[in-house]
Ligand binder design. Structure first.
Ligand SMILES: Cc1ncc(COP(=O)(O)O)c(C=O)c1O
Length: 155
């Protein structure tokens, strides 16, 4: 087997917290949720962080919040897990693929720009294999065209 990525969290690092969570009887809404979301929002310098049941749910919520509707286009990296595109199609919108860089597997800025139309509602960037390289340039283009940017950082 050739591993593309490996987890860098060890069981020993989280063993004490896991024991506390399981013995609290609150697997979904205990105090650890708040601690975790506070850490995440600090780590990514975001005002808020929310937990969802899966990355698919999170992506779907993002597109719904952006009011993506049937007939809208969402420009998406052409290298990803199927869920990234499923959430676009699930809303009746059209995924428009932007090619990726063959070194980083992340969306190329010129490919994004060439796919923007009057129907583009949002851009869905993927941090391929957990690597966000290139997102700053993508963010600049989104700002220039006033397009919301969703970052799929699931691995
Ligand atoms: C890039 C990417 N997006 C979305 C998903 C979907 O994640 P989940 O299984 O948590 O819904 C995955 C899962 O591997 C993924 O790699």
């Amino acid at each position: 087997m050739i591993r593309l990525i490996e987890p860098y969290i060890t069981f020993e690092e989280v063993e004490a917290e896991l024991k506390e969570i399981f013995s609290s009887g609150m697997l979904t809404k205990g105090p650890f949720v708040r601690t975790f979301t506070d850490h995440i929002s600090q780590y990514v310098s975001a005002k808020h962080a929310f937990l969802t049941t899966s990355a698919t749910t999170a992506l779907s919520m993002c597109l719904k919040i952006l009011n993506v509707q049937p007939g809208d286009e969402v420009i998406v990296s052409d290298f990803s897990f199927p869920a990234t595109v499923n959430v676009i199609e699930d809303l009746g919108a059209k995924p428009v693929f932007a090619d990726v860089d063959l070194e980083t597997f992340n969306m190329l800025p010129e490919e994004l720009e060439s796919q923007i139309t009057s129907r583009t509602k949002a851009v869905l960037f993927v941090d391929a294999l957990g690597n966000p390289t290139g997102i700053t340039n993508i963010k600049h283009i989104c700002e220039e065209y006033s397009l919301p940017l969703v970052d799929d950082a699931a691995v």
